[in-house]
Design a protein around this ligand. Structure first.
Ligand SMILES: Cc1ncc(COP(=O)(O)O)c(C=O)c1O
Length: 366
């Protein structure tokens, strides 16, 4: 059998996870898994939400509406857009990865520009779909060369994966407005924002702009990476139709159980409490972890000159190999960039969304 190879790579983060599992088995010792990309301070407690779901109903057992359940889309509109969006412009998808794949395939642009430190999957999707990827240095570089990005798309990830840095929101909104106005397609993929910002003005400020596409996921902000669900918002009707068609023929809709679950989280007293408790516990420990690493002078300050380390990731000035000798799994920063990989390999991305006590226990040995 002949296979069409895309050249995309299997996830390095998964590979490291497998390596650590083997190390734990062979040494009988525990490793701290900071290579992962999910909030792991606590789980979201779904007990009082799941009890409200009727599993013996059509809601769960039959194909869901192709563009997403209307009640879920109304809940998304309220939670993310202050009820100001049109639910027809919201498409429920199978999470951020799938949304990005649908969007990248559907926009007719010269290039897709990524931040110089970027989540590797962006590039893999670009490769699989045979598109053109390129990089921008930082937001200041975009501002200084706006015209260069005309006819292209720019991906904005804030707080960023892998740096975990947060840019000033007013400046960001201003930049997005100006880009959209000159015809640059702006893809906002910032699934870590809602962990930190309950009241987030970004989406409400830019969702109505002609060239803005918002990609959102429930994997990070409400801890449901296992459910594979998220959404896309755009006011471009042609794009929305194309995304819906592609979604239909790729997966025949989005898992009905996950849709009902998220719907209950956003629309019931118990659900909103579960989200709030999850967010508070998670952000409290993320904050403590970053402060602790700052005190130990382990944060790679060079990456935070114009922004703040916010989480859920942070870059430390220790290599992946050295961290591993201290039984800490991380991902070398060189994996997240194509520029000066050798220099980047002196640093590692760690996930700081883990219980504070656990992180201290491993890093105190430094
Ligand atoms: C920046 C970024 N965008 C999107 C995603 C996709 O998340 P999911 O496919 O679980 O929604 C991730 C996951 O790690 C991510 O880091």
């Amino acid at each position: 059998m002949k296979v069409k190879q895309s050249g995309a790579k299997y996830s390095k983060i998964t590979e490291i996870g497998e390596k650590v599992k083997k190390l734990e088995l062979s040494t009988g010792e525990k490793y701290l898994r900071l290579n992962q990309g999910v909030n792991a301070v606590c789980n979201i407690n779904l007990t009082n939400v799941v009890s409200q779901i009727d599993f013996n109903s059509k809601d769960i057992q039959v194909y869901p509406p192709m563009k997403g359940r209307p009640v879920l889309k109304q809940a998304i509109n309220k939670y993310y857009f202050g009820n100001n969006a049109n639910t027809d412009n919201i498409l429920v998808t199978s999470g951020g990865m799938s949304s990005l794949d649908l969007v990248f395939q559907s926009i007719d642009v010269e290039k897709i520009y990524l931040p110089q430190y970027f989540w590797g999957s962006y590039m893999n999707i670009i490769k699989i779909r045979n598109l053109q990827g390129d990089f921008y240095f930082d937001f200041a570089e975009i501002e200084a060369n706006m015209v260069k990005y005309k006819n292209s798309a720019v991906v904005i990830c804030d707080p960023n994966n892998p740096l975990g840095d947060k840019f000033n929101d007013d400046k960001l909104i201003n930049l997005i407005e100006r880009l959209s106005n000159i015809g640059v397609t702006v893809i906002i993929d910032s699934p870590y924002r809602k962990v930190f910002l309950e009241e987030d003005k970004l989406y409400e400020s830019v969702f109505n702009l002609e060239n803005v596409i918002i990609v959102e996921s429930f994997s990070k902000s409400i801890g449901l990476s296992g459910q594979r669900i998220g959404f896309v918002h755009s006011i471009n009707l042609e794009l929305n139709l194309e995304l819906a068609i592609k979604l239909m023929y790729a997966s025949n809709g989005v898992n009905a159980f996950s849709q009902v679950l998220v719907e209950k989280l956003f629309t019931t007293k118990e659900g909103l409490k579960a989200i709030k408790d999850f967010r508070i516990t998670t952000t409290t420990d993320i904050y403590k972890n970053i402060e602790y690493l700052k005190k130990k002078k382990l944060i790679a300050e060079i990456f935070y000159e114009n922004s703040q380390p916010k989480g859920i990731f942070t870059v430390v000035n220790v290599s992946e190999q050295e961290l591993l000798t201290h039984k800490i799994a991380s991902v070398s920063l060189s994996f997240f960039t194509t520029i000066n990989k050798e220099e980047a390999s002196k640093y590692a991305r760690i996930c700081v969304s883990v219980p504070h006590k656990e992180l201290v226990c491993f890093f105190d040995k430094f």
